[in-house]
Design a protein around this ligand. Structure first.
Ligand code: 5GP
Ligand code: MN
Length: 508
């Protein structure tokens, strides 16, 4: 195959490009775009030695150094794109009509003014796309949102290892201090705001949960071992937008809150409470930020290891027991064989149940037993424990607006990362993660309506104190971001202990 040499002048410099005659037009354009250091919104123009514009394509004629082409960049960013011709045309016709009416009547009728103002406002909307900034289109706004979950600015000299050791030192120093009664009580409610606490403090709060449920005494856990265990759990969550240590904390805290709200301490054995809390804590350990569908389609190591069967959940659970296998972290060390088996079995069941692919299977099982639920029935208890972990896992939308909203940004950021990678690698693109298809309202309306609400309302039947309120009025799919925020906020019902604000797409 012959290669072509093209000599061209760009930015005052004589350059040469080489490509095969069979390469694609896009490749050729990319070569020249790179040579001109042009951005995606720039237009390139190529002139031949006689000054005519030529097509930038594989058919571009080879030339000599003396008969070089001239490559020019024509700036054309989003802001400077001309208005659509239809709008220009409409404006012109309106102007023309106005002149005629003026000739006949001597003044412009109201309807004319109204039409003009419509066209003006439409023009303004087209000129400004900033209302889309929350989707990360605009860097300035995006940066503000990123600050919620992006790694805190690090001192350059600090390695991840050193930073973790700092967190450990802070955690151990603080844990000897008394956490106030007020905080301990607040920790038992679903309105607890994770964004107010830093990592070392969250570790202290997790320790408080284990202590206030009397797990240390009941299972002969030494405080130092619990602290080592919690710290290792912290180290095994990745610094990614959503499935990070903060998510682990929130899910565990919701589980803790639910245990108190539903008075589960008087309904289940302490060992089952221990299983539920520890499962919540470990349920997303070492999450890579790409879901099971991606793992399977990309044939990752995890998918290979677990034969495409819940690869992530199997991994989270295996990492948990890996941590527990270190003697200094083993909070199960002083248990009887029987107790160990019970906890291991329970944790495996609960963590594997967080695979959303099994959502309907588990919910349907619970729906069947819910009317005849028996707290002494082993099978019933096992299903309830899975449901409790699942509810905690997807409970962000049951929290106050100020807590829930940043979480949605984090989730979408992780979703978009995945779909962008899928596009780059030519893998099937997961539709609910596609930045071109998903908006905050559309994502939440269907998630709340079809996933969250059916699950939460079933649990509420068993525990009527977990009041679930539905607020079915708005066609959220068509709501703007601001409307979503407004409706979500106005329907927040803080009066009940577990009030949920749910905005559903009206079925009519
Ligand atoms: P996890 O991966 O956290 O163990 O399982 C929960 C999954 O449920 C998440 O990965 C995500 O796909 C979905 N999910 C949880 N909360 C929300 C939410 O608020 N909105 C949407 N659209 N999906 C959610
Ligand atoms: Mn989770």
């Amino acid at each position: 195959m012959t290669t072509k040499i093209i000599h061209f002048m760009v930015n005052g410099k004589l350059e040469q490009a080489e490509f095969r005659a069979d390469c694609s037009a896009a490749d050729v354009r990319d070569v020249f775009r790179a040579a001109a250091e042009a951005g995606p919104h720039h237009i390139l123009k190529m002139y031949n030695s006689s000054g005519s514009v030529v097509n930038i394509s594989p058919r571009l004629e080879a030339n000599s150094e003396r008969s070089y082409y001239r490559l020019e960049v024509v700036a054309s960013d989003l802001q400077s794109v001309a208005m659509p011709p239809e709008l220009d045309d409409m404006e012109y016709r309106l102007h023309h009509l106005e002149s005629k009416v003026m000739e006949d009547m001597g003044k412009s009728p109201d309807i004319m003014c109204e039409l003009k103002s419509h066209v003006e406002s439409f023009k303004r909307k087209l000129e400004s796309v900033e209302h889309l900034s929350w989707m990360g289109l605009f860097k300035d706004d995006g940066d503000q949102q990123l600050s919620k979950f992006s790694p805190k600015p690090k001192t350059p000299q600090l390695s991840v290892q050193e930073e973790r050791q700092q967190v450990r030192r802070k955690f151990l120093n603080m844990s000897s201090l008394q956490v106030t009664e007020e905080v301990r009580e607040h920790l038992k409610t679903p309105i607890f705001d994770n964004w107010q606490w830093e990592e070392a403090e969250m570790l202290v709060l997790l320790q408080v949960m284990y202590m206030d449920l009397d797990f240390l005494t009941a299972f002969h856990i030494e405080l130092e071992v619990l602290q080592n265990f919690l710290f290792e759990v912290y180290c095994h969550y990745n610094n990614i937008p959503f499935h990070n240590f903060q998510h682990c904390f929130c899910v565990t805290q919701m589980m803790y809150g639910l245990i108190w709200l539903t008075d589960l301490r008087n309904k289940l054995g302490r060992i089952d409470l221990f299983v539920m809390l520890t499962s919540a804590l470990c349920h997303d350990l070492d999450h890579p930020g790409y879901n099971n569908v991606y793992q399977i389609n990309a044939q990752t190591d995890l998918a290979l290891r677990y034969n495409d069967i819940s690869p992530l959940e199997n991994h989270h659970c295996a990492v948990a027991f890996g941590i527990l296998s270190k003697p200094e972290c083993n909070i199960l060390n002083n248990l009887t064989c029987e107790q160990y088996k019970h906890i291991r079995g329970g944790m495996i069941r609960c963590i594997l149940a967080t695979d959303m692919a099994r959502h309907n299977e588990i919910l349907n099982k619970f729906k069947l037993i819910q009317p005849v639920f028996d707290f002494t029935n082993k099978e019933h208890k096992e299903v309830l424990m899975k449901i409790m972990v699942k509810v905690s896992d997807i409970s962000n939308e049951a929290r106050p607006m100020a807590v829930a909203e940043p979480w949605l940004d984090c989730l979408l950021q992780e979703f978009f990362n995945q779909s962008d990678t899928e596009k780059l690698k030519g893998l099937p693109v997961t539709p609910f993660m596609d930045r071109d298809k998903v908006s905050k309202p559309s994502s939440q309306t269907s998630f709340i309506r079809f996933v969250l609400l059916p699950l939460f309302s079933e649990l509420t039947k068993l525990f009527p104190c977990l009041e679930v309120k539905c607020h079915c009025a708005h066609t959220l799919n068509r709501c703007s971001q601001n409307q979503y925020v407004h409706h979500r906020r106005s329907s927040l019902l803080l009066s009940s202990p577990f009030a949920m604000c749910l905005l559903l797409q009206s079925s009519r």
